[in-house]
Design a binder for this molecule. Structure first.
Ligand SMILES: [Zn+2]
Length: 385
């Protein structure tokens, strides 16, 4: 955290050159300080990404290996996906629990604590990105910064509608999650504020017409809506027909309200099931099926979990079992926000090179050659620490 101030300075120094043309798909020295240019970092070519992606007219900021070292660029490290539920219009001292928790287990958060969380992530050098982009291996975060992903389950108290403005935007209870996100979005334009909301059939629990209208507004204004099953069933206990109904009917409803604009991602209620073994073939209905003539596929599912998620590029990343950090406070213990972000700050956080088309990391992080697994067609670039 402290050292991030240095990274901001570094960013100013290194973001000095826009190369009008590129002759090769590799990092070269920043031309503003050619005297300390290091030998080019030669891309590691893998069998899956042989297509030439650069053109003579590409515009790109380039960095030296020293820039990458100083910023700690590492795109094989971990990404925090936060799991929030309800945000209540309360001050922290109005609850009987620790640091902004509204319930004993910390699933729900005060508006004061939620807003402080968002400010803290920003100050710590995190920038938001869409969950669906992460699943697609498309991580577009500025050089030296780290991605963070926000998710909300259940829809309750996340969007509280009080009316509508003439321009079609919702008038929100200022203490609900969406209102706080919009406030932070205006204050920090470079935060790239976004979040994915996982809903059941009751949507955001306002009246149905308002909820449908706000969902359209949200997908047009940088937010995503995903599937949390039709009525919040424990899928680990359901048979194939019930799973198909729970998943399929919710996708069908989303498709009716925001056709083609929802994300094909399921947040598993109660994080169930936790695994998808061959002896439980019914669980495959989470990932594809047909309900009342409506066919669906799911590209990813999310557990409840407790900790950071893997980089989508590494071996242990499992798109069916994305891990999330519970957005709560427990005095730095039991995998609360503080404990997780402390661990991330100790050399585990994904730090971007600013280019979504490359995967950059210290060569020692893949010394056995089996940690980098999924390249999504990106160019792979390593440097010596
Ligand atoms: Zn839920």
């Amino acid at each position: 955290m402290d050292c991030f101030a240095d990274k901001k300075i570094l960013l100013k120094i290194t973001a000095c050159t826009l190369m009008a043309s590129m002759t090769a798909a590799m990092f070269s020295g920043c031309s503003g300080k050619a005297e300390d240019t290091e030998p080019s970092l030669v891309p590691t070519t893998t069998t899956t990404e042989t297509e030439a992606t650069t053109t003579e007219t590409s515009t790109q900021i380039t960095y030296t290996a020293d820039d990458l070292r100083k910023a700690g660029v590492n795109e094989l490290n971990s990404v925090p996906i936060l799991m929030y539920h309800r945000v209540y219009g309360m001050k922290n001292d109005e609850t009987e629990f620790t640091g902004g928790n509204v319930d004993k287990d910390g699933y729900n958060r005060t508006s004061e604590a939620f807003e402080a969380d968002l400010r803290r992530y920003y100050q710590d050098g995190y920038r938001m990105m869409r969950l669906t982009d992460y699943v697609d291996g498309n991580i577009d975060v500025a050089f030296g910064y780290s991605p963070i992903i926000l998710t909300f389950d259940d829809g309750i108290r996340d969007v509280v509608i009080q009316g509508w403005n003439d321009d079609g935007s919702p008038i929100l209870d200022p203490t609900c999650a969406l209102a706080i996100l919009e406030k932070i979005k205006k204050e920090f334009p470079d935060y790239n504020v976004t979040a994915t909301f996982f809903l059941n059939y009751k949507l955001f629990n306002n009246n149905d017409a308002d909820d449908r209208k706000v969902m359209k507004w949200m997908v047009d204004n940088g937010y995503d809506i995903g599937n949390h099953t039709y009525d919040h069933k424990t899928l680990g206990k359901c048979d194939a027909a019930e799973i198909e109904k729970q998943i399929g009917s919710m996708y069908k409803l989303l498709n009716e309200i925001i056709p083609g604009q929802y994300v094909n991602i399921v947040a598993l209620p109660y994080g169930s099931p936790e695994t998808f073994p061959p002896e439980k073939p019914q669980y495959e209905k989470i990932f594809s099926g047909t309900y009342e003539g409506f066919s669906y596929t799911t590209k990813s599912s999310l557990l409840c979990s407790w900790t950071r998620s893997y980089s989508p590029f590494v071996r242990d990343y499992d798109v069916r079992r994305l891990r999330r950090i519970r957005g709560y406070d427990n005095n730095g213990k039991d995998w609360d926000i503080e404990m997780n972000f402390k661990q991330l700050s100790e050399g585990r956080r994904y730090i971007s090179d600013g280019n979504p088309d490359t995967i950059v990391f210290p060569s020692s992080d893949n010394s056995k050659g089996d940690w980098l697994k999924n390249t999504y067609g990106h160019q792979v670039i390593t440097y010596d620490k």
